[in-house]
Ligand binder design. Structure first.
Ligand SMILES: Nc1ncnc2c1ncn2[C@@H]1O[C@H](COP(=O)(O)OP(=O)(O)O)[C@@H](O)[C@H]1O
Ligand SMILES: [Mg+2]
Length: 206
């Protein structure tokens, strides 16, 4: 097993499992929580993440196949997606390709949102382009049909684009495709604007 990332919540390993290339996401113990509660939280989040991945697939968006869930070791064994993270290459692409990718992102998020799936961490590090566009890392996700939750999700994506890519066109294309594929996009846009305003106000008073 090869450790590929040590996050605050989980360790990510690459491994071979039953002859397959897999990623193992293991939720790590938080020493500041009492043991029983800590296990309960990690078990719940492991299940929730797997559940959201399954729901997302049902919504027609690609996610790694889940091979195994271990609620004792608190791990998800999933398909290894051999591709490139959007974050690592989109800036180097020509405009036509960038637009195509951004439109795929917008369309995929529209599908999630119309099926009540809030990803919770929509950054370009959590999207991998292989044969298709895959979404990973549903550890902060939840089920909701509220436009507020959708707005928070999209606002985070906007911030992620602005911070990592510094090309305003990218998110514009994402949102364009989102709007074409989701009836409630106008309402979500209003929520995003509200969140931006709130953010400015918070910065001003602090
Ligand atoms: N199924 C997968 N296939 C390929 N790479 C993966 C997969 N899952 C995670 N990774 C890689 O590991 C990194 C961290 O995994 P992620 O689930 O996003 O955890 P974290 O919560 O630490 O961000 C990702 O950015 C990606 O590079
Ligand atoms: Mg991640």
């Amino acid at each position: 097993m090869e450790l590929i990332k040590r996050g605050a919540e989980a360790k990510i390993y690459r491994a071979k499992w039953m002859g397959k290339e897999v990623v193992i996401k293991r939720r790590v113990r938080k020493g500041y929580r009492i043991k029983e509660l800590d296990e309960e939280i990690r078990r719940r989040r492991t299940k929730e993440e797997a559940f959201l991945m399954a729901e997302t697939r049902r919504a027609g968006v690609s996610v790694p196949i889940i091979y195994y869930i271990d609620t004792v070791k608190m791990e998800i064994v999933m398909e290894y997606i051999g591709g490139k993270r959007i974050k690592d290459f989109i800036d180097d692409e020509n405009e036509e390709t960038q637009k195509k990718i951004c439109r795929m992102i917008g369309e995929s998020v529209a599908k999630m949102h119309s099926h009540g799936i809030i990803h919770g961490d929509l950054t370009t590090s959590n999207m991998i382009l292989a044969d298709k566009l895959y979404f990973i890392d549903f550890g902060l996700g939840m089920k909701s049909f509220e436009n507020e939750a959708r707005g928070v999700d999209m606002h985070l994506l906007m911030e992620a684009f602005n911070a990592a890519h510094r090309n305003e066109k990218l998110f514009k294309w994402v949102f364009e495709a989102y709007g074409e594929n989701f009836d409630e996009a106008d309402e979500v846009k209003r929520k995003i604007d509200e969140i931006i305003k709130r953010g400015r106000y918070m910065r001003r008073v602090s």
